[in-house]
Design a binder for this molecule. Structure first.
Ligand SMILES: NC(=O)c1ccc[n+]([C@@H]2O[C@H](COP(=O)([O-])OP(=O)(O)OC[C@H]3O[C@@H](n4cnc5c(N)ncnc54)[C@H](O)[C@@H]3O)[C@@H](O)[C@H]2O)c1
Ligand SMILES: O=C(O)C[C@H](O)C(=O)O
Length: 412
């Protein structure tokens, strides 16, 4: 085997996991390898805000200079390299649950999370078919323990003691459907799962993937309120896939190094409510009006692009698992005390007049720590108009979710 051959992939954080064959791993066939020095430039969005903020006096990072910031990250990265390169123990001991783990997203997401050095236990829950997924995954010689849970009677055990709950349970779209067409089935699924989360792990970070996210997040919030355990800082609608897509499409269009590109995406997660702020792209890049129009529409329709290509067999699963794994890893890093974690997410917000809104946020140990307001300042005329145009649809999706949850409460 060639001493230098290495297969390494990153899920978009400053941590990458690699199976390295050769000098590093002769006595260790699988290694958890931190690539932090390289990835100072390759965070694919997670730390892109570093460069935003260092150029702006009004940034959330205050007076810290770019050089000092990079220096501190480099030092930390070096230490991480030293500490973890040769160990198979988890770096931290967080427990993650996936609800809907046997599904198209759930399975690859479970695999990616199984590779995280921050996870000590992975709880896989579904209404069926999860035993085999867990048996299969448990043979991977990465540190976390995999446990399976099937059906409502085991849901409570799946959630006990968990730090992060990820919810991709529910039905996906078929061609011709909108995400809102999933409401009737998925609203009830999310409601039931969130009730169990409220009862068993009310302090956990909750990541909602199930569509329509614009409504399922408000449903989850209302259920948590009814149970008296709502912490708005810990409820996240996962809109990371919109950022991943925006980064990919912009890099392709402008012939940029993919790993450097970061585009904030705000609003919500459906059609025109998905608003990529191309004027805020890092590195700074100019677009013609036609490019802005073409890229914006492609990013907004990217989910439909996949649904149509899959021709009735489902919607995005692999790219979604990748995006969700990135968001999980970011959350775990924040829980682990990393003070430099930024992601876009659909959360309770007062950035606009709407109660829920996706924007870039800083995530800390207690959840949402700050909103990156600068992204919404100095928008182009195109972006400003698109922002106003998305509000009525987003408002009505939010109200639909709230009404559903309240109606259920009255009926109960
Ligand atoms: N937020 C996003 O960006 C994004 C991206 C892609 C897909 N999605 C959404 O994610 C959801 C799942 O997509 P998928 O492709 O994985 O679908 P899928 O049908 O392949 O998998 C869904 C899984 O959920 C399980 N499930 C159903 N009811 C459940 C319940 N009550 N409790 C636990 N598990 C239950 C099913 O058994 C199945 O294994 C869909 O609603 C889809 O629209 C969101
Ligand atoms: O488009 C869908 O229905 C799934 C998901 O929301 C996506 O953006 O891919």
């Amino acid at each position: 085997m060639a001493a230098s051959s290495a297969a390494t992939f990153s899920i978009g954080t400053n941590v990458s996991f690699g199976c390295k064959v050769g000098s590093l791993s002769q006595s260790k066939p699988f290694g958890v390898r931190f690539n932090s020095q390289n990835s100072l430039k390759s965070f694919s969005g997670l730390k892109a805000v570093t460069s935003v903020s260092c150029e702006s006096d009004s940034s959330f990072l205050g007076k810290e200079t770019s050089a000092a910031l990079r220096g501190s990250i480099a030092l930390k990265a070096q230490k991480e390299n030293q500490s973890y390169q040769y160990h198979l123990q988890p770096q931290a001991a967080f427990k993650v649950a996936i609800l809907g783990a046997a599904g198209g997203i759930g399975q690859p997401l479970a695999l990616l999370i199984k590779m995280s050095p921050l996870v000590s236990a992975l709880h896989l829950y579904d209404i069926a078919n999860v035993k085999g997924v867990a048996a299969d995954l448990s043979h991977c010689n990465t540190p976390s323990q995999v446990l399976d849970f099937t059906g409502a009677s085991e849901l409570g055990s799946a959630l006990k003691g968990v730090d992060v709950v990820v919810i991709p349970a529910g039905v996906p779209r078929k061609p011709g459907m909108t995400r809102d067409d999933l409401f009737n089935i998925n609203a009830g699924i999310v409601k039931n799962l969130i009730e169990a989360v409220a009862d068993n792990c009310p302090d956990a970070f909750i990541h909602i993937i199930s569509n329509p996210v614009n409504s399922t997040v408000p449903i989850a919030a209302e259920i948590l309120k009814q149970k008296g355990v709502f912490d708005p800082k810990k409820l996240f609608g996962v809109s990371t896939l919109d950022v991943v897509r925006a980064n990919t499409f912009v890099a392709q269009k402008k012939n940029l190094k993919l790993i450097d590109v970061d585009v904030p995406v705000v609003g919500g997660h459906a059609g025109i409510t998905i608003l990529p702020l191309l004027s805020k792209t890092k590195p700074s890049v100019s677009f013609t009006d036609e490019e802005v129009q073409e890229l914006t529409v492609r990013i907004q329709n990217a989910g439909t692009e996949v649904v149509e290509a899959k021709a009735g067999t489902g919607s995005a699963t692999l790219s979604m698992a990748y995006a969700a794994a990135r968001f999980v890893e970011s959350s775990l890093r924040a829980l682990d005390g990393d003070g430099d974690v930024y992601e876009c997410s659909y959360v309770q917000s007062d950035l606009t007049e709407l109660p829920y809104f996706a924007s870039r946020i800083k995530i800390g140990k207690k959840g949402v720590e700050a909103f990156i307001t600068s992204d919404l300042q100095g928008l182009t005329e195109y972006e400003q108009k698109a922002l106003e145009a998305l509000k009525p649809e987003l408002k009505s999706s939010i109200e639909k979710g709230i009404a559903f949850a309240n109606k259920q409460a009255v009926a109960a």
